[in-house]
Ligand binder design. Structure first.
Ligand SMILES: [Zn+2]
Length: 387
């Protein structure tokens, strides 16, 4: 979707400058903590996580065990389905198996009585399952030769319990994979080759990352994040601390990521560098890499730089997608309602139903009226005030 390296670099540098400023400001705070421990001298890369964790405990202490009783799998499934209902009018009715494993649960997805899809959730870790989380279409939507509606499965690796309680990260994964599932279930194209998630690599994470935003909508948490035993809503103080923690140390996280992406990009422009480590040092000097932060991926172990053509110079795509998902969610915020019907309708018409029927840039522009800007990402990462 990005089209060329210049556009990628331009986008990364728009994020780099404010992220670097934030990281340098944070480095000063951490250096004061280091000095208070009686250690003189500069903050070094190996000091960062230790002092950042100390600072997090002091400023944002969030007790995961206090949080989990409010995030049961059933409550979060309810939240996930409710959001899809409010945005797209989808309804979810549990159906009986047998499915391919006793842990699998199934739902028929309908809209105004019309069959849309079958959705399966295979959520628990077991010995025979690959780790991670993913979404697959067992049968993709198509209209060629008569309409075929999709059968879609979300697979996760949550620890099964009675009841199953999720961390906030797990709940985000649940929403993420369901965003991919919606891309399949709302698909409305003729050819199976371009159905659902058959889109450019730097576009495919838009629906999934975008859907994560609704998990952190305070009204959604208030309605669904209820204690599994008492039914009490999550205390407001706990909820606010959860949401505030999301932007903590994002200067560091953004800097270590963007530096890796820029080095990846530089390695693949022109002839391969004779001495990759020297080229890496040049790139880092050019962008003013903060002393106390290292690249997230050191070049010798960074699969993106040498693991094959489909992957090389592609590390930027995570941030490219994040810029888009933040910008797309901002479309709802600008409309004054995170469930704004006309924005949801455009999201479905131009993105979720469209598969790979048109170039990603055209689809996004049709939805948003323009290409994405970085402002919403900077705001979401807490970087906008530093620039
Ligand atoms: Zn994904």
């Amino acid at each position: 979707m990005a089209g060329g390296p210049d556009r990628v670099r331009e986008l990364l540098m728009q994020v780099w400058e404010p992220a670097r400023a934030k990281a340098l400001a944070d480095a000063q705070v951490l250096t004061r903590m280091l000095n208070a421990d009686g250690i003189n001298g500069a903050l070094e890369p190996w000091d960062w996580r230790y002092y950042a964790e100390k600072r997090r405990k002091a400023e944002h202490d969030l007790d995961e065990t206090a949080l989990k009783p409010y995030l049961s799998l059933d409550a979060m499934l309810g939240a996930m389905f409710d959001v899809a209902n409010r945005l797209f009018g989808l309804e979810f009715r549990p159906i009986e198996g047998p499915f391919y494993h006793p842990d699998v649960r199934g739902w028929e997805v309908t809209r105004q009585g019309r069959h849309m899809a079958v959705f399966l959730g295979d959520y628990f870790a077991r010995a025979s399952k690959r780790s991670g989380a993913w979404c697959s279409a067992m049968r993709a939507q198509r209209k060629l030769g008569g309409e075929v509606r999709p059968i879609v499965v979300n697979v996760c690796n949550f620890a099964k319990g009675a009841p199953t309680l999720l961390s906030h990260d797990d709940a985000r994964t649940l929403f993420h994979e369901f965003g991919h599932a919606l891309h399949q279930m709302l698909s409305d194209v003729t050819y199976p080759l371009i159905s659902g998630t058959s889109v450019a690599r730097d576009f495919v994470e838009l629906p999934s990352q975008l859907y994560e935003h609704w998990l952190d909508v305070p009204a959604v948490l208030d309605r669904h994040a209820r204690h599994w035993q008492t039914g009490a809503p999550m205390p407001v103080d706990l909820r606010d601390r959860l949401l505030a923690a999301a932007t903590y140390d994002q200067g560091f996280a953004t800097v270590e990521y963007v530096a890796s992406a820029l080095v990846d990009l530089a390695f693949h422009e022109g002839a391969p560098p004779a001495d990759p480590i020297a080229r890496e040092a040049e790139v880092l000097a050019e962008i003013g890499m903060p002393h106390a932060i290292a690249m997230r991926h050191a070049t010798p172990h960074f699969a993106h730089v040498f693991a094959g053509d489909g992957y090389s110079a592609g590390y930027y795509s995570y941030m490219w997608s994040e810029v888009m998902d933040a910008d797309a969610f901002a479309a709802f915020e600008e409309a004054g309602d995170v469930f704004d019907p006309s924005t949801a309708e455009r999201l479905e018409r131009f993105i979720l139903s469209a598969g790979g029927s048109r170039p990603a840039e055209e689809l996004y522009t049709a939805f948003r009226g323009r290409m994405p800007g970085v402002e919403a990402l900077l705001k979401g990462r807490g970087l906008q005030d530093v620039a």
